[in-house]
Design a protein around this ligand. Sequence first.
Ligand code: ATR
Length: 274
Amino acid sequence: MTQSTFDHYAVVGNPISHSKSPLIHAEFAKQTGEQLIYSAELVEPGQLKNFVESFAEKNGKGLNITVPFKMDAFKLATELSGRAQRAGAVNTLTLTGHKISGDTTDGVGLLNDLTKNHLQQIKNKTILLVGAGGAVRGVLEPLLLESPASLVIANRTVSKAQQLAQDFSSFGNISACGFNDLNDKQFDIIINGTSASLSGDLPPLPDNLFLENACAYDMMYAKNPTVFMQWAKQQGAKTVLDGLGMLVEQAAESFYIWRGKRPETQSVILMLRQ
Ligand code: ATR
């Protein structure tokens, strides 16, 4: 860990060497004139608490949390934002004295990428969210707050989708189903929130799911289009997007929490694409 008089921030995970967060935050810092250090830190499973304590002692002010520590961070936080509480996960910690504040910026990141960067309207649209793990749980609240006509969660394990629909029912028109129940249904926006893309798998979705002018969004990103993105293109989705914009937008929201300044994101997304 680097020691310095500058405020220190980091992303922690395992593995972590692939992380683009140091590059993204270095760009944000340059752009806003903020003097800070941002590094990537490999932490062993079970060691998050020890790491955070020693990080805070060395001028550490904030952390982004990635796989597999989002639940650990949730438990470690001494206070939680409302949205982190409801999402059941934390991806941003702010360290102030002995206080550890937990927040989640993933949902806002997805929403900003969809609506601001790609001008997708959520209001009155029909949305299908594929998957019912932590990634999906984190984005339900901000999506529902935009008042879609309906939001359906489809998952391999249907009971997990049903649980999520129940937990977020007060936020809007949300329901759950299995993949087989999707036959004959169509949507304006289909978001893949499963981890299937990571292993090059495609959830078993039926044909003809996309309405005219529909948008497909994979919360994952890779150098080449994911299998879900390739499938969506073949199925006639008009707009097909990966999760790179979401990554930069969630980072921008974390930066805002820490520094009170909103960085411009377009140029950073473009830089990462190259
Ligand atoms: P994350 O935190 O990334 O969301 P997770 O909580 O383990 O990870 O959730 C992974 C999600 O991807 C789950 O919805 C999982 O489906 P199950 O709940 O049935 O396990 C889904 N998933 C993973 N691999 C999949 C595959 N090959 N096909 C369909 N769904 C898959």
